[in-house]
Design a protein around this ligand. Structure first.
Ligand code: SUG
Length: 445
């Protein structure tokens, strides 16, 4: 049986915009009210996904969400026709309208936590959509995320889909952005690392002072229980609250792992040496590479600006590992120098490939934010909805679909335009046919 780590990238939705919605995410706040280009954003994402498919990787796409979210606007009391609801919300509560229009589901690293079948006691691949309760605009994602995941991984024999965790700050859950899996071969049992920013039930535990810690230990433990993971293969690590206060709002902004490589900044975690020993002990005897980047080579500000750690580390069919980095890393002197050095360190990482995902980066979403990793064997890959998998045909269909439906300019003022809603629904309705997803959106029910 063959095993792969597939990447499922989020297709950027038609309302991609810069609304400054994410306190604690430096890029989101500093680009607030900039004019976006949804068409370019979607195409940048598709280019990256296609390039990985062309490298021989299993690559899928996850559909975006319905935005503006009229269902939520009605739920909070705006009434009338669709146009009236948008108009009233724009006049009475513009901040709430903006929260209901974000294309933030594109960052599928936050869609769910995924545990491959080799790690789970029942031998199934488990998914738990993230509740994303820390941010209003993201807290409205999980139900549709669950629908899209179920339509993509649509075989109960292999895939187990859980409900998102209770919608309370005690269970703040941001999905795979705070979860990494180390393993020898993808099909062997691995060690799942859960990184959290605070302990909800222990007020004296460390937590950030300025920015929110979006993930709690309690949420991570709940996911491990739901996914039937063994304690022997699970490690909980506290994120360093000082780096959260410097803009590291998810662990994947400061650390990333793949197979037997953990690539992280010296300041990423608390209690680092003890935690590395625990990982080593649980990982077993085979070689494990801890690539620690020291502050004197790359400072936290450079890491946050360039997204050095929001890179994807992938294993190519040749067995070599490659880093998939945003072009922003090339533009930062210290980070570029480090990436030139990393391929010479005698670790499995031998290549670096750069991609322009600037439309997403301006909202704090790098290459790794744009993808959800799903390690699968070939039987499981065959059980996935095949119309979601990237190949020449899907690439050209999706590019044509974007050309047909997406604007190349969108400002926050445009979000109240009923025409944007019509365009978005028309596009998504067509997309569900193209990807054979069935009726995953509220407007289709
Ligand atoms: N690190 C990972 N895995 N994901 C990045 C998510 C970025 C997203 N930005 C936003 O939601 C900004 C939207 C706006 O401001 O318009 C967030 O902060 O949740």
């Amino acid at each position: 049986m063959k095993h792969f780590e597939a990447n499922f990238d989020g297709l950027v939705g038609p309302t991609h915009n810069y609304a400054g919605l994410s306190f604690g995410n430096v890029a989101s706040l500093s680009n607030a009210a900039a004019v976006s280009n949804p068409r370019a954003a979607a195409k940048q994402g598709l280019q990256k996904a296609k390039a990985l498919a062309d490298m021989g990787m299993v690559q899928g796409m996850l559909a975006p969400q319905e935005r503006p979210d009229l269902h939520t606007l009605r739920r909070i009391g705006f009434t009338g026709t669709d146009a009236e609801v948008l108009n009233k919300a724009a006049k009475q509560a513009p901040a709430l309208l903006r929260a209901c229009c974000s294309a933030s589901s594109m960052w599928t690293a936050n869609a769910a936590t995924v545990s491959p079948s080799a790690d789970c006691r029942d031998g199934k691949l488990h998914f738990t959509p993230a509740n994303l309760v820390d941010k209003l605009h993201r807290s409205i994602e999980p139900i549709t995320t669950g629908n899209i995941l179920a339509a993509t991984f649509n075989d109960e024999k292999h895939f187990s889909h859980h409900q998102h965790l209770p919608e309370h700050a005690s269970f703040g859950d941001e999905g795979a952005a705070n979860h990494t899996r180390l393993c020898r071969e993808y099909g062997e049992t691995g060690v799942e690392l859960f990184v959290y920013g605070q302990e909800a039930t222990n007020p004296s535990a460390p937590k950030p002072k300025k920015y929110p810690a979006r993930q709690t230990l309690e949420a991570s433990q709940a996911i491990a229980r739901l996914h039937q993971l063994d304690d022997d293969n699970t490690v909980y690590i506290s994120q360093n609250p000082d780096v959260i206060d410097q803009g590291v709002f998810h662990n994947d902004v400061i650390a990333v792992g793949n197979q037997n490589v953990l690539f992280y900044h010296e300041q990423a975690f608390l209690n680092t040496q003890n935690k590395l020993s625990e990982i080593k002990q649980k990982f077993g005897d085979s070689p494990l590479h801890f690539i620690e980047v020291p502050t004197n080579k790359v400072g936290i500000q450079d890491a946050v600006k360039s997204y050095l750690f929001n890179t994807q580390i992938i294993t190519l069919p040749s067995g070599e590992m490659a880093i998939i980095a945003p072009t922003n890393c090339q533009e930062n002197e210290a980070v570029h120098a480090y990436l030139q050095e990393v391929v010479t360190l005698g670790t499995p990482i031998k290549q670096v490939h750069y991609f322009d995902v600037k439309q997403s980066m301006q909202n704090g979403g790098g290459p790794a934010c744009l993808r959800l990793r799903v390690a699968m064997n070939d039987t499981e890959v065959a059980a996935v909805n095949q119309h979601t998998l990237m190949n020449d045909v899907l690439f050209s269909e999706l590019n044509n679909w974007v050309d047909k439906h997406y604007r190349d300019r969108l400002s926050v003022e445009d979000l109240a335009d009923p025409q944007v809603l019509i365009e978005s629904r028309t596009a998504l309705d067509e997309l569900t046919q193209l990807m054979q997803l069935g009726s995953v959106y509220q407007f289709q029910k």
